[in-house]
Design a protein around this ligand. Structure first.
Ligand SMILES: [Zn+2]
Length: 258
């Protein structure tokens, strides 16, 4: 009996030892910590362009899917233990619902409207229905609440921003546009994206483009070599929160509103 007790004591000592050799940087924030961190910034009711300036973490955001390249893109991120963020359009969900579920499991999913309209060009009621229809459909498919939003063409409006604030949804713009949707060739996409890598960066790319996929294949190993980790936007904000006063100041300058 005594011997068994000693064995149990010895076993629990071993289990309690820290696995220092296996630790790779700080542990990722929990789901609850991420949600809280995003909610704190969303409460300001204005867009963000980047997170804080500490730590070698960046977010890569892939817009306009899900679609035919999404699986390949996710395989690339997975190779390096990186997690992308997807801003998705509801019109694609019927065809790519399994892909949307995988995006939600392996990264973060944010909304990008149902049909990708230029929001300042349509009435406020339609701006809101474009977003709420797509957000509801996404939640029904993935089972996850949508807490992030990105407006098509980066063009948001004041009525929509106040609706997003009420819903606790954070409007996420970017610190670097890879220009993959603006005609940049694959070498330019790679060069611009590399130049944008800095603590707290949010890089804009589009997942359903061959030239982006080519650039991404080269960008991800390069990022790893620089000692950076690609995390989702909620992870980035929880690890490295933006300066709220700076976020408000920048929004006050009118950038991002039309
Ligand atoms: Zn888009």
């Amino acid at each position: 009996m005594r011997r068994i007790a000693l064995l149990i004591a010895a076993a629990s000592t071993i289990l309690a030892l820290p696995v220092a050799g296996l630790a790779k940087g700080p542990a990722m924030p929990s789901e609850a910590e991420q949600q809280e961190a995003v909610a704190r910034v969303a409460a300001l009711g204005v867009p963000i362009y980047e997170a804080g300036t500490q730590g070698k973490y960046v977010a890569i955001t892939m817009d306009d899917g899900p679609g035919p390249y999404t699986g390949k893109v996710m395989d690339e991120f997975k190779k390096y233990g990186f997690r992308p963020t997807f801003f998705v359009n509801g019109k694609n969900f019927a065809r790519w619902s399994d892909t949307l579920r995988r995006e939600s499991r392996e990264g973060a999913v944010g909304d990008h409207t149902w049909s990708h309209p230029y929001l300042p060009g349509i009435p406020a009621s339609r701006q809101i229905s474009e977003v709420s229809r797509s957000m509801t459909a996404s939640s029904n498919i993935t089972g996850d609440r949508v807490q992030l939003f990105r407006p098509p063409y980066g063009s948001t409006t004041l009525p929509l921003n106040s609706w997003l604030k009420d819903k606790g949804v954070l409007n996420v713009l970017w610190s670097t546009d890879s220009r993959d949707s603006l005609g940049a060739n694959r070498e330019e996409i790679l060069r611009i994206s590399k130049a944008g890598v800095k603590p707290g960066a949010i890089i804009l790319m589009h997942e359903n483009r061959g030239q982006t996929y080519w650039a991404l294949n080269r960008l991800l190993p390069w990022i790893k070599k620089q000692g950076y980790t690609v995390v989702t936007v909620p992870e980035l904000i929880a690890l490295n929160p933006p300066d709220l006063a700076a976020v408000k100041r920048r929004a006050g300058s009118g950038v991002g509103f039309r």
